[in-house]
Design a protein around this ligand. Structure first.
Ligand SMILES: *Cc1c(COP(=O)(O)O)cnc(C)c1O
Length: 418
């Protein structure tokens, strides 16, 4: 049996990575687009952003696309667009980034967290319906780490109860669920396009929808310069021109300029990522104890840009820590209500105790990072797969060394590490 490199054996990965992991791919075309904005002094204009929105909407297959300064703002506006307001509740999976849920607080609403499915790492449709109350306005679905959530079941439950579905597409731009583009299956899609994501344009976010009423209402929250009297939604007209939300959410045009260039190449680049990642997992198919976090081939679904690639088994951990246990969702009084914000606006105590969402709370014993290949160089993928195989075959050599608690080393966005 080969000796593990950490214990003095040969390293499985010998070939220099070259540009295998470099992301985003920025060429002279991106640079020229940014320079044009800079030289014109057009950073705060909206001409480039509007072009980007039209191209994005066409690519996405939606009637509307609205650019934002970041993904968090786009989610905030999607919630507002769906009518989330004072006293309302949203339902959101507990394992995600903060921004899938927290913007509801500043709308006077609160969140009830649902558990995730251990295979998909997305909202478990079997843990959804019993959480819907008369206060529930929207379900936020996250296509977590590129995996398309179980949209057929989730949308069916939502429709039955008259609840809107917001897709957080921050991990899965351009991905497919049974042949349909993610972000177009619920009522509205919102996503981050920040540099760490697979669709990476700088700081930026996008909202996509076919629902004019949602689009127009979302626009009024932070795009006051575009809130004009030609909006078709009757109820919005009396306040045209006013910054009703009090926010400014316009996309920076250096981002939209990069976005227009990135969009041209995005699908082909994701295709190459998926070839490399699928090859990696194909090589590990027969290795006991590991399981790919990927959709079945020929299902009409895919893993988009395979954001922050993960696998599942008992190895070093790393998904977001379950949100419902954080102090911010338990005790923190953000707005001075004199009680925790989580319960300040709701008629009932929606806080969830330890052990209430067992999969979300224990997933960090099972999920871990894998290499996220951006280029398909077979020999490099093979070496990395070999490293994983070696560790799986020799895992017993490592057991005595490991003293960490995987649950506490899971990630929770940029501000908190457990
Ligand atoms: C990154 C991310 C966001 C927030 O996007 P920003 O552009 O950083 O504001 C929202 N939801 C999820 C799931 C994310 O990963």
């Amino acid at each position: 049996m080969a000796q593990l490199a950490i214990l003095g054996g040969d390293k499985a990965v010998q070939t220099p990575p070259r540009d295998t992991f470099h992301w985003p791919i920025v060429t002279e075309e991106d640079e020229a687009a940014v320079l044009d904005v800079l030289r014109r002094g057009a950073m705060s204009d909206t001409d480039i952003t509007k072009k980007f929105e039209r191209e994005f909407a066409e690519w996405q297959g939606t009637q509307f696309a609205l650019g934002f300064c970041n993904g968090t703002a786009s989610l905030h506006a999607a919630m507002y667009g769906c009518g989330v307001g004072v006293g309302d509740e949203i339902i959101c999976p507990s394992v995600t980034y903060w921004a899938s849920a927290l913007p509801c607080f500043s709308l006077g609403a609160t969140v009830s967290f649902a558990d995730i499915d251990p295979a998909t790492l997305c909202l478990d449709p079997n843990d959804l319906e019993h959480r819907i109350t008369k206060h529930t306005k929207a379900i936020v679905v996250v296509h977590y780490l590129g995996y398309p959530a179980d949209m057929d079941e989730i949308v069916a439950i939502a429709r039955e109860h008259g609840v809107k579905v917001i897709e957080d597409v921050s991990h899965a731009q351009g991905g497919l669920y049974k042949g349909r583009k993610l972000g177009t299956i619920g009522d509205v899609g919102a996503m981050s396009l920040m540099t760490g994501k697979s669709f990476a344009i700088g700081e930026g976010g996008m909202l996509v929808t076919n629902n004019r009423a949602i689009y127009e209402r979302a626009l009024t929250l932070g795009h006051y310069e575009r809130y004009t009297s030609d909006l078709e939604t009757e109820a919005l007209r009396p306040f045209a021109g006013l910054p009703v939300g009090g926010y400014k959410y316009r996309m920076h045009q250096m981002s939209s300029a990069v976005g227009r260039v990135q969009l041209k190449y995005y699908d082909a680049r994701c295709e190459e990522i998926r070839r490399a990642m699928n090859y990696f997992w194909d090589l590990l198919e027969d290795v006991p104890g590991v399981r790919a976090h990927r959709v079945f081939a020929n299902s009409g679904s895919n893993m988009a840009g395979w954001y922050a690639a993960h696998g599942g088994a008992s190895c070093s951990p790393g998904v977001n820590m379950a949100l419902h246990k954080h102090a911010l969702l338990q005790t923190c009084d953000v707005y001075g209500h004199g009680k925790p914000t989580r319960i300040a606006n709701s008629g009932r105590d929606v806080r969830q105790a330890d052990s209430s969402l067992p999969i979300s709370e224990r997933i960090n014993y099972r999920a871990y990072y894998t290499p996220w290949f951006k280029k398909f160089y077979p020999e490099i993928v093979e070496e990395h797969a070999h490293a994983y195989r070696k560790v799986c075959e020799n895992y017993q050599d490592l057991l005595e060394e490991d003293t960490s608690d995987p649950v506490l080393t899971g990630r929770s966005g940029t501000t908190t590490r457990g």
